[in-house]
Design a binder for this molecule. Sequence first.
Ligand SMILES: *[C@@H]1O[C@H](CO)[C@@H](O)[C@H](O)[C@H]1NC(C)=O
Ligand SMILES: *[C@@H]1O[C@H](CO)[C@@H](O)[C@H](O)[C@H]1NC(C)=O
Ligand SMILES: *[C@@H]1O[C@H](CO)[C@@H](O)[C@H](O)[C@H]1NC(C)=O
Length: 457
Amino acid sequence: MSWILTTDLSFFLSFLLALHNCSVDSSRKIHLSLCVLYWIIMVPTLLILVGALTTLQADLLLNKNFSLLPPVNFTIKAIGLAQVLLHWHPNPDQEQRNIDLQYYVKISAPQEDEYYTRKTESKYVIPLHEGFEASVRTTLRSSHSPLASSWVSAELKAPPGSSGTSVINLTCTTNTVMSSHTNLRPYQVSLRCTWLVGKDAPEDTQYFLYYRFGVWTEECKEYSRDALNRNTACWFPRTFINSKGFEQLAVHINGSSKHAAIKPFDQLFTPHVIDQVNPPMNVTVETEETSLYIQWEKPVSAFPGHCFNYELKICNTKNGYLQVERLSTNKFISKIDAVSPYSIQVRAAVSSSCRMSGSWGEWSQPIYVGKEKKPLAEWCLIVLPATICFILLIFSLVCRMCHLWTKLFPPVPAPKSTIKDLIVETEYEKASSNETRIEVVTCVEEAGFEVMGNSVF
Ligand SMILES: *[C@@H]1O[C@H](CO)[C@@H](O)[C@H](O)[C@H]1NC(C)=O
Ligand SMILES: *[C@@H]1O[C@H](CO)[C@@H](O)[C@H](O)[C@H]1NC(C)=O
Ligand SMILES: *[C@@H]1O[C@H](CO)[C@@H](O)[C@H](O)[C@H]1NC(C)=O
């Protein structure tokens, strides 16, 4: 090693010498261009030399039996829902020698990850229901160096309970609502989560939901329950969640039962992914001959107006023609034909200029303009059942009348009807308790009525 160093140095010195000559004779043209050439060679050579010297430093350290010692007292502590603190101390016996130390952290469970840090502690956010395992070792800050200490490891045990007792299919959504306390923040974020009971959870299981956003943790107070009175949904009318934030939302559901340990369940959610954007407000539509003037206001949201994209849907309900517009303004003028009815709806999404763009929100309530206020299908749904009901009513009235008629004007005896009446009476007596038979009677009576009608009128 030192031999390489000496050759390198002598090479370097001869260059310096040549350079010195250069600057002295620079009055001559040929020499000047030669000097430029020297410089071009010099700069990279110098850089290489500096690099070589740095690696040599590390190599020298190796030569002299230098070693890095692992950190001591490495601990992992759960400091919040789905959040741990890794903490260690530098090894007190570590030689210092003006070297730059750093730590290499490797997470092995529940999911592999690795990173470098110069600090002696670090926070890590991850679901903890499967436990957590990590190792750390001391390394040199200069990259490429293979020098590293041995590993020290620590773990956080998985909480008790079989995995079948945990909740499954947890989904959460957030929604921005106007604050009722105007002196505080003007907007609040509500949170709604639903889940299914684990297949191995005993009948007396009760689940409890908590969320953490940043440093805030809250327990659910408004649950919905299943038939066995087990909590299966939760609603927070207001939370500490900031819909503009980039932090992850941690949701933790644990439980209790007399018959088994209920394994908790953690899930992380990205706020912009689960945020349901409200529909635009105050949608107004004005028609003027063959033009539609459509306007709306931004949805209830903590984001300012310029942060929204809109999608406008204009549907010709007569021929089913659909016009869809993507807009970043909050008004639109559309040409229409004056004889068709239209329905108009708008929805919003936060644009990528203000946060990671999420999905489209809910459509606004449809606004109908034009001739018919309601599309044909809706009319059918209302008118058809109404007509059927009316006909049935008339029919039953007629039947009642028929009873009345038979009582008021007893039928004129005719051979045909007497026979029928006779059958009716015997049938009636035979099955006075049987309802289906009674129905048969009514039908026969109707026939009798017809006969009577024919004979009387
Ligand atoms: C490591 O922990 C032990 C025992 O808890 C303690 O005596 C020691 O001082 C700690 N070492 C350092 C460097 O903090
Ligand atoms: C629950 O989730 C699983 C897998 O994600 C899916 O197959 C199943 O259909 C879901 N169950 C219900 C009732 O939604
Ligand atoms: C559920 O978790 C919360 C928050 O960590 C804790 O305070 C509570 O004691 C736990 N309940 C059960 C039944 O484990």
